[in-house]
Every structure is written in C-alpha cells, then in structure tokens.
Design a protein around this ligand. Structure first.
Ligand SMILES: Cc1cc2nc3c(=O)[nH]c(=O)nc-3n(C[C@H](O)[C@H](O)[C@H](O)COP(=O)(O)O)c2cc1C
Length: 368
C-alpha cells in the first residue's frame, strides 16, 4: 500500500497526502517579521500534505531564540499573510506552531531585560541561540505567579486569532521539547504548590486550559498539539511519570476533538525512544488524528501507516535539503543531505537554495 501518497481528510481540511513537514526553527529574520524569503521557503515545500511552521513566538515574553519570526504584531500578521498566500497558491496547507519557551530564554530577549518565566526558579542547563553570541546559557527564570497564568493563556489565544487572520489553516500548540507547557507537565521542574503544580491533573492544567482557550477562539478543528513523551530535550529531566501523565492526558485530548495530536520522538537527538507499546496504547485510546515525527523515512512511515499506528508522518531534516521531498519519496529518488551549519541563522544559503530533484540531477528548469 502506498498510503503515504494518498489524500487525507484532516477534519474539514483536505490534505493531498499524508506527509507532514515538521516544525523547524530557522532563525533568519532579524526583525522578527516573515519576509519574501520566508514565503519562498514554505512555498517550495508546499508539496507536503500539511506544513507546520517553525515555532512562532506568541508574545515578547515567549521569546527564547534570536531572529525568529513572531506573531504578536500586525506587521508580523501581514508578513505571515504573504507566506500563507504563497503556500495556498502552491496547493499546500499550513499550520502555525505557537511557541512559548518558558525558562529556555535569555534576559537579552526579555521585555525590560528581565528574567524569563517558568513554572519554577529552576534554571535549565541548556543554551539558546542568539545572533550576537551564538549558543548562550539560558538565564535563571522567575516562577510565574498564579495570577499571571491567565495572561499567558490569553497570549496563546490571541496569537491563534492572529494566525487565522494571517490565513493559516490552523495552529499547533507547542507542548513539547521542554518548553513552557512541557515544563509545567514535568514533576521535577514544576515544583509549584498552586493549582498548576503537584498532582498530574494540576501539572496538566496549563496545557489543557491553553488548548481550551485556543479552541474557544478558533475552533477545535483548527487546533493541533505537539507533545514529546519521554523526551529529555533542553534539560527537562525524566520524571518517571510519563505513562501516568498520558493516562490522564490522552482522554482529555480525545474529548476536545482536536485537529490532531503530534507526537515527537527525539531519540536521534540523544533522548529515549517512544516505546512501540506506548504508541500502540496511545493510538488505541485516542480516536483523533495521530502524527508522528522523528527519524522517519519512507519505509518506516509506510510501515506505521499500514499498521494503523499513525495517520500522518512528519519529516523534519529531510525537508530542509529536499523541498520536493514528497515527489522524491514517491519516485524513490535519492535524498540530498542538509548541512547542519545552515540550520539556524544566515541567508538564503541552506534555506531556499536547495534545488528540486530534476534541477539537481538533470539541470531541468522546472520542478518535478
Ligand atoms: C533545524 C531544526 C529546527 C527545529 N525547530 C523546531 C521547532 O521550532 N519546533 C519543534 O517542535 N521542533 C523543532 N525541531 C524538531 C523537528 O520538528 C523534528 O521533530 C526533528 O527534527 C525530528 O524529525 P526528523 O528526524 O525527521 O528530522 C527542529 C529540528 C531541526 C533540525
């Protein structure tokens, strides 16, 4: 079965195939506004059934890496509108990834040069990318006060509203990889004693409240969530409670009728794998659309689709150097290897200058 290349109905949103472009930060916008290069980059990759943008900061406080295009000003909305127009003109679909880094930030990015916010004052032994200083140690955070949390939730909802105004097909709430919402889920970083800390229900409250606020603003069919069970990325320590957390979270996610849940497996980055039994258990308990990302190739993705374990397969790094990844996989053409030196920052090199396969192999002037 060539499931990967068959259409899929993401609720009311028709997707041309089951290949998803995973969210990837590229840090190429010093003014934090998407430009024509951003539009070209995404339009080149619009052969994906669904694209998820790089993480997009929802507010100035949410920032943790340099030169990332945001979604809190009208100029940014206008910049993203050019991107979504270009993607739609190329036949693609695109969700914006809504991102708050929490404690993974540096004071030079924070309003007034203050401390970043987190669930607690526990500093992440991790580094963030800044244009001036490259990879730089994260600043010790301050703990969000209970009374501030509704504002953070409202920031997510307002960014979702702006995303829809910018023409996005939906949003993905970034609940993965040790960023703010994931920090709250984690028993070892979240040491709060209010209703956002302690029990599993309390630690999940910020994530679920955020999803509810975003759903109320733009509708559940336009809201996905990204989670990374078992990840230890960005100094988020294993808390031994992932299974218990997901026993609680999974039915909560299911009953919200989300567009999808996107599971990120970061094992290739040094963390533990998502166990096969966990994925099967999640699938059995969750009746919505399941996306999986992390180390997939065509064969592995098709195996998972054929086994009914996932509905959509997300590819990250392969999309960087292969703008026409879907066509290359469909035709079994060789894949180009991306250059890690150009992942973050810089210009068009390693961004919009990777050619499609026919150009790369035969010098033809058109895309396959
Ligand atoms: C350059 C780069 C930037 C990334 N930025 C993000 C991001 O902004 N948000 C996110 O959730 N994941 C991000 N990721 C993780 C990818 O979405 C994906 O999960 C990861 O690369 C594993 O998939 P792969 O093996 O297909 O590359 C990034 C990965 C790379 C390589």
């Amino acid at each position: 079965m060539n499931h990967l290349f068959t259409p899929y109905a993401l609720g009311p949103i028709p997707l041309a195939n089951r290949v998803v472009m995973a969210p990837m930060t590229r840090s190429r916008r010093p003014d934090e506004v998407p430009d024509a290069g951003t539009a070209t980059y995404y339009a080149q990759r619009a052969g994906a059934g669904l694209m998820i943008t790089e993480g997009v900061f929802i507010s100035p406080e949410a920032r943790g890496y340099g030169d990332v295009p945001g979604l809190w000003t009208e100029r940014q909305v206008a910049g993203w509108a050019n991107v979504t127009d270009a993607v739609h003109a190329a036949g693609g679909r695109v969700f914006a990834q809504l991102w708050h880094v929490g404690r993974l930030s540096h004071r030079s990015l924070q309003p007034g040069g203050g401390a970043p916010v987190g669930p607690s004052t526990t500093r992440a032994d991790a580094r963030v990318w800044l244009r001036e200083t490259g990879m730089t140690d994260a600043t010790t955070p301050r703990a969000l006060e209970t009374g501030e949390i509704p504002r953070v939730v409202a920031d997510f909802a307002a960014a979702a509203d702006r995303a829809i105004r910018a023409g996005f097909d939906g949003v993905e709430v970034h609940g993965a990889h040790g960023f703010l919402l994931d920090q709250f889920l984690n028993a070892r970083v979240n040491d709060r004693t209010d209703r956002y800390g302690g029990s599993i229900e309390n630690r999940a409250r910020l994530l679920l409240t955020t999803l509810d606020a975003v759903i109320a603003r733009i509708g559940a069919h336009r809201v996905g969530v990204r989670l990374s069970p078992f990840t230890v990325a960005n100094d988020l320590p294993a808390d031994g409670e992932t299974e218990a957390m997901f026993r609680y979270l999974t039915p909560e996610l299911a009953r919200r009728g989300l567009a999808y849940t996107h599971l990120s497996d970061l094992h290739l980055s040094g963390g533990p794998d998502i166990p096969a039994a966990f994925l099967a258990g999640f699938r059995a308990a969750y009746d919505g659309t399941v996306i999986l990302a992390g180390g997939l190739d065509r064969a592995r993705a098709e195996g998972l689709l054929d086994a009914g374990l996932i509905d959509l397969a997300a590819f990250g790094k392969p999309f960087l150097a292969n703008p026409d990844l879907v066509e290359r996989m469909r035709r079994d053409l060789p894949l180009a290897t991306p250059d890690p030196a150009t992942f973050y920052g810089g210009d068009a090199t390693g961004y919009t200058d990777y050619p499609p396969a026919l150009v790369a192999t035969a010098g033809a002037a058109h895309r396959v």
